[in-house]
Design a protein around this ligand. Structure first.
Ligand code: P6P
Length: 340
């Protein structure tokens, strides 16, 4: 654990802020210029702005739909559009971001000044839950921009193992931000009175095995037989395997992933007859989550293949996603490979 995460020699009246954590990481990186740290702090600013609007959405008349349809063919909620605009503006002004790829944008947005990084994000994941006060979130990852003055969408089409940072914010009972820059996962909780994120979950580790599974059982009839067989197994009685697991499903990726990361278990959104490539998006949902779960000692596959090794073909590629405790994801993979 690097120094910025060690508890102080004496109880401090001031916690470790996210900004201090990011700058400490920069100081601990030979040759760092501060641009990466500045970019990450820009993202956290955007999250704090989105937090404020999400919390006041009901009062600010921000609930409901704009009447527009996004590139996914989904109704765009007012908060989706707001969150996307905030992230694009803050990242452009940072001067360190060359292009962004967003769930809400059909094409990448290229920023005039040549930044060193690319940011892919889902500005407000789970937006269908906004009006019923269920946790929603922001998911992002950072890639290095290819060298050269002209940046294009192709720069965003990098496999997830090229990610240099990833994180998500959960706008839930509290607003928490979990972040990794490749040195483990660390969680921060927003103190709304101060407007600062403070370290609350240092050096997060996903338990090797959990006791819950998270999948939309309503899709059962559409699943492949191997998924149905796994589903029957994880609900069966077996003291030897600690079965049955409890079922938890929010229907908001950030909420389901966050619970799985912290408590262990497995989240699966497999391909099915309705979504033959899976429903979740590779660049700005699956890849960031996969990076975080692997950094926390968990696992992330498409059911069989490592998510971070998938080569994207398009900005809005979809993929099956199975994330969680190493032993639980491996058991799922055994069923997909016909070993069970
Ligand atoms: P379903 C929310 O719309 C989302 O994109 C993810 O946040 C969530 O995991 C998934 O879709 C839920 O999909 O088909 O179970 O409603």
């Amino acid at each position: 654990m690097n120094d910025s995460l060690k508890p102080p020699p004496f109880p401090s009246v001031v916690g470790t802020t996210l900004e201090a954590h990011i700058w400490a990481g920069m100081r601990g990186t030979p040759g760092a210029t501060g641009e990466f740290a500045s970019l990450l702090n820009s993202v956290t600013l955007a999250v704090r702005i989105i937090h404020t609007r999400v919390r006041a959405a009901g009062l600010a008349g921000m609930l409901g739909y704009t009447g527009e349809i996004n590139v996914q063919g989904e109704e765009v909620q007012k908060l989706d559009a707001f969150a996307n605009e905030v992230l694009c503006t803050v990242l452009e002004r940072s001067g360190h971001c060359a292009i962004v790829a967003s769930e809400e944008l059909e094409q990448v947005k290229v920023f005039g000044r040549s930044g060193k990084y690319i940011v892919c994000f889902d500005p407000l994941d789970g937006s269908s839950n906004i009006d019923v006060n269920i946790s929603i979130g922001t998911i992002f990852c950072v890639l290095r921009a290819p060298s050269g003055d002209v940046q294009t969408a192709a720069g965003a089409l990098q496999a997830g193992h090229e990610i240099v940072a990833a994180g998500y914010a959960v706008y839930g009972s509290a607003t928490t931000l979990f972040l990794s820059t490749g040195h483990g996962v660390h969680g921060f909780t927003l103190d709304p009175g101060v407007g600062e994120f403070f370290l609350s979950h240092p050096d997060v580790k996903c338990p090797e095995r959990g006791n819950t599974y998270s999948i939309n059982e309503g899709n059962f009839a559409r699943w492949d037989d191997k998924v149905k067989k796994w589903n029957g197994w994880i609900k069966s009685e077996s003291k030897e395997h600690g079965l049955p697991y409890g079922h938890r499903y929010v229907g908001s990726l950030v909420a389901d992933a966050h619970r799985t990361l912290v408590k262990g278990g497995i989240f699966a959104y497999p391909a099915d007859r309705k979504s033959p490539s899976g429903k979740l998006r590779l660049l700005y949902e699956a890849n960031p989550m996969a990076f975080l779960f692997e950094q926390a000692g968990g696992m992330a596959t498409s059911g069989v293949d490592r998510i971070l090794d998938i080569e994207p073909r398009g900005l809005h590629d979809r993929t099956p996603l199975v994330i969680g405790s190493k032993l639980d994801v491996e058991a799922y993979r055994d069923f997909m490979l016909g070993r069970r």
